[in-house]
Design a binder for this molecule. Structure first.
Ligand code: MG
Length: 369
């Protein structure tokens, strides 16, 4: 397949409420949207790089630059034998995984639409509904957090994930367990701790969270193995995992018992599938992480999470939770049983509001083969 035309759009939308983690406080999300055309078929991709480089080194500006200067010219010059072939063309580029994933997502969408099948089918998905969880940022008080959890549970979510940071950890795990004795909840530290926190995590064990996500530094799977040996709660890796190779090594040394897969973090859907498969072969469950996606990225996540080893509820929540404005015509909703339907139309299976995207774009650029 030859990609004939690509357009990129930079859009920025306000969040309904600020989102705070151990490393950030965000009020808006800025995204690069890629529109890719081949043979009259249009595919869409959305970047997930946050506004500042707190999660990885990427930002919307670095995504724009990589696509503009390096990735788009290569893709327009290539002949792609299938969506996995994108990694042959872009795989030599070090880092910049969120940028590569933006373009790759749009190319997967084009291939699925050309074959007239849902993206899930092309990826090998087996579920028609995915398991939904919700991620809650750091709140002004413990009571505010508990009330927010109660509200989300009413919305149908099957599990709750709470961001933690030093000073906002053990007491909130204890408060959650006390108020919600049966609730499956998990904690996400975004690398805020060191091995000095082993005694703290041992105390957190008593509150029986489902898992603790990325407690230690991104580049330290060895210390994660040490921590995992010392505590009962399963360690889940997020920021540390960039590839199927990282995954294999982390599993081999006992650094992780669960993996959070985010296509943006690992360079796209092809690498996500490989990570899924490595985990499945090692009986390690995976779940689909979230980066406060708008509709296009959210749709891709829903299709990805339909693969069989996505056995734990992910951070794929309803569209309405984050933004007042949506860029797709069929916002995602959560059913009463805490699941979300996988779209059945071709490709990502949602109508992209192209006119709105064009109108709100802060920056656009067009490229032709
Ligand atoms: Mg995380």
């Amino acid at each position: 397949m030859k990609i004939e035309r690509i357009e990129t759009f930079l859009i920025r939308l306000p969040l309904k409420s600020p989102y705070e983690t151990s490393g950030s406080r965000e009020t808006h999300q800025t995204r690069v949207i890629a529109r890719v055309e081949s043979g009259g078929v249009v595919g869409w991709g959305e970047s997930v790089a946050p506004e500042t480089p707190w999660y990885s080194g990427e930002t919307p500006e670095t995504v724009w630059w990589l696509l503009d200067a390096i990735a788009i010219p290569r893709i327009l010059a290539a002949d792609l034998s299938g969506p996995d072939d994108t990694s042959r063309v872009l795989g030599w580029i070090k880092d910049h995984r969120m940028a590569k994933a933006t373009l790759e997502m749009a190319i997967w969408d084009v291939f699925a639409k050309t074959a007239n099948v849902p993206l899930a089918a092309l990826l090998g998905g087996t579920r028609d509904r995915i398991l939904c969880g919700v991620a809650i940022g750091i709140q002004p008080s413990v009571d505010a957090l508990l009330d927010k959890i109660a509200m989300e549970l009413e919305g149908g979510y099957q599990r709750v994930k709470v961001k933690i940071k030093p000073g906002w950890d053990l007491q909130i795990a204890e408060a959650i367990r006390k108020r919600f004795p049966e609730l499956p909840f998990q904690l996400d530290a975004n690398s805020a701790y060191t091995l000095e926190a082993i005694p703290l995590f041992k105390r957190i064990d008593a509150t029986a969270p489902l898992l603790v996500e990325q407690p230690l530094a991104e580049d330290d799977i060895i210390d994660h193995a040490t921590l995992q040996k010392a505590i009962r709660t399963p360690v889940c890796l997020d920021e540390s995992i960039h590839s199927a190779e990282d995954t294999r090594k982390a599993i081999e040394i006992g650094a992780t018992r669960v993996i959070n897969i985010k296509a943006g973090r690992v360079g796209g859907l092809t690498e996500s599938k490989k990570i899924h498969d490595v985990c499945e072969q090692n009986q390690i469950p995976v779940w689909c992480g979230g980066m406060l996606e708008m509709g296009i990225g959210r749709a891709a996540n829903v299709h990805l999470a339909s693969l069989p080893n996505f056995r734990l509820p992910g951070d794929v929540s309803a569209s309405a939770r984050y933004f007042e404005t949506e860029i797709i015509g069929e916002p995602f909703t959560v059913e009463k049983d805490g699941t979300m339907k996988v779209p059945t139309g071709p490709g990502i299976g949602v109508t992209v509001l192209e006119k709105d995207i064009r109108k709100m774009a802060l920056q656009t650029k067009e490229y032709r083969a």
